[in-house]
Design a protein around this ligand. Structure first.
Ligand code: ASP
Ligand code: MG
Length: 426
């Protein structure tokens, strides 16, 4: 008997039929003798619909009220799922994030979990019930207000609860069979990864792979909690995200997999600060202005200054949604910082190659840039980590770039493996 946390995404609980199907899977796990804690997302696209509704009422809804509204989505699915499970003769109790002991800081819309005190969940399990928890939400320790963890945050709820409850595994149920070597919607011959590491998964998630929330992977790594990403629409084994990719019998062959995947992201924009004087403190002033506006940035690139002008350009990328805020913050600081102009470009995309093997294998960058060149893709920015190479290119070139790089590294499966079972991709 094991303690298992299962998380079901929006497409897995999109309507009454889906909810009943998921209930059956949960009941089967419970009847096999396991203790089951379930974390649910809001039904289908209902979070997006609630956001649309809020925007119709107010163009800039107060963050506290937006959080209060959005948490309703997960509460609907948790209660319905508990009803469906009860109907199958197994006791189920639903809990809001706050009731489940998910304690966060006070930053509405992207709160961080600071503690999990799941006393009521333990109690429910001790009494033989299945505990259902509303994902993506918690309660602020300071303000006692309801918070949300950011889009896709139910994954993080599930992993945080699994860690606090010392569960054997956190199963993330989604609408594809696992983590793929590229988005199967762009590369039909993408292959399913049987195992990947926390390290690689962190890079993939940070590079735009949407299958897992970035913070959930950070959390799982910190607690060495295995994640099993799999489909709620099939019984197939999915992708295990663990500390070490090699298994005992497969050690050598797995080591040969230099690259684990190609991720892409078209949700970012590029800001270029033109004509920055080449003297100490300029970059600090620029990024302090952006940080003061509470904006997270991604890539940063600065070139050497031109000898004739003593000035250079600094470009950085950030979520499109924060673009105007960053431009306004920088424009306010223009005279104090002393740059010449600002440029904003939201027609960009990012393509990233990820794999722990690139640490020890030469020629990975050469193959990567050759593949982009042969596909006619112009590279605008480059950034790397130990196990990742990323480029920024035109958004229109992203699909071609991903496909070209995926083939160049021999990642294509002989026949299409991926089945996308649900979801509107919204
Ligand atoms: N329902 C929330 C969202 O759509 C949280 C989640 O699904 O993880 O972002
Ligand atoms: Mg998700």
């Amino acid at each position: 008997m094991a303690r298992i946390v299962q998380k079901y995404g929006g497409s897995s609980v999109a309507d009454a039929e889906c909810i009943k199907r998921v209930a059956q899977r949960i009941v089967a796990t419970r009847k096999a003798g396991h203790e089951v804690v379930v974390v649910v997302s809001a039904m289908g696209d209902s979070t997006d619909e609630l956001i649309d509704l809020a925007e119709q009422v107010s163009p800039l809804p107060p963050a506290r009220e937006l959080d209060m509204l959005l948490t309703a989505g997960e509460r609907i699915s948790m209660a319905l799922l508990a009803m469906a499970i009860s109907d199958l003769g197994v006791e189920a109790r639903s809990f809001t994030g706050s009731q489940a002991g998910v304690i966060t800081d006070a930053v509405h819309g992207k709160a961080r979990i600071i503690d999990v005190t799941p006393g009521r969940i333990r109690h429910a399990l001790d009494e033989g019930a299945v505990a259902i928890v509303a994902g993506f939400q918690g309660v602020s320790q300071d303000t006692k207000d309801i918070t949300t963890l950011g889009r896709g945050g139910s994954d993080t709820t599930a992993v945080a609860l699994a860690a606090a409850l010392e569960a054997a595994v956190c199963e993330i149920y989604t609408d594809v069979d696992g983590v793929f070597s590229a988005d199967p919607r762009i590369v039909p011959t993408a292959r399913k990864l049987d195992r990947t590491t926390y390290e690689e998964m962190l890079e993939l998630a940070a590079s735009g792979a949407k299958v897992l929330h970035l913070r959930c992977v950070e959390y799982a790594r910190r607690y060495a909690l295995p994640i099993h990403v799999r489909s709620s629409f099939s019984g197939r084994e999915g992708t295990w995200v663990v500390a070490d990719r090699s298994t005992e019998d497969e050690g050598d062959t797995m080591e040969n997999a230099i690259i684990s995947g190609v991720a892409h992201d078209t949700s970012e924009a590029k800001v270029t600060v033109v004509g920055v004087p080449d003297r100490p403190g300029e970059a600090a002033a620029i990024f302090e202005a952006v940080a003061a506006a509470e904006i997270n940035i991604d890539m940063i690139v600065q070139n050497v200054s031109a000898a004739s002008t003593g000035r250079t350009d600094i470009s950085f990328t950030l979520p499109k949604a924060e673009g105007q805020k960053a431009m306004a913050a920088l424009a306010r600081g223009k005279d104090a910082i002393g740059f010449e102009a600002l440029q904003y470009d939201d027609g960009i995309g990012k393509v990233s190659l990820v794999g722990a093997g690139m640490r020890t294998h030469p020629g990975v960058s050469a193959t990567f840039f050759r593949a982009l060149a042969d596909a006619g893709v112009n590279v605008e920015l480059i950034s790397t980590s130990e196990i990742r190479v990323s480029v920024v290119c035109r958004a229109d070139d992203v699909a071609a770039a991903v496909a070209a790089v995926h083939s160049a590294f021999g990642l294509d499966a002989a026949a299409p493996e991926a089945v996308v079972y649900g979801g509107t991709g919204r």
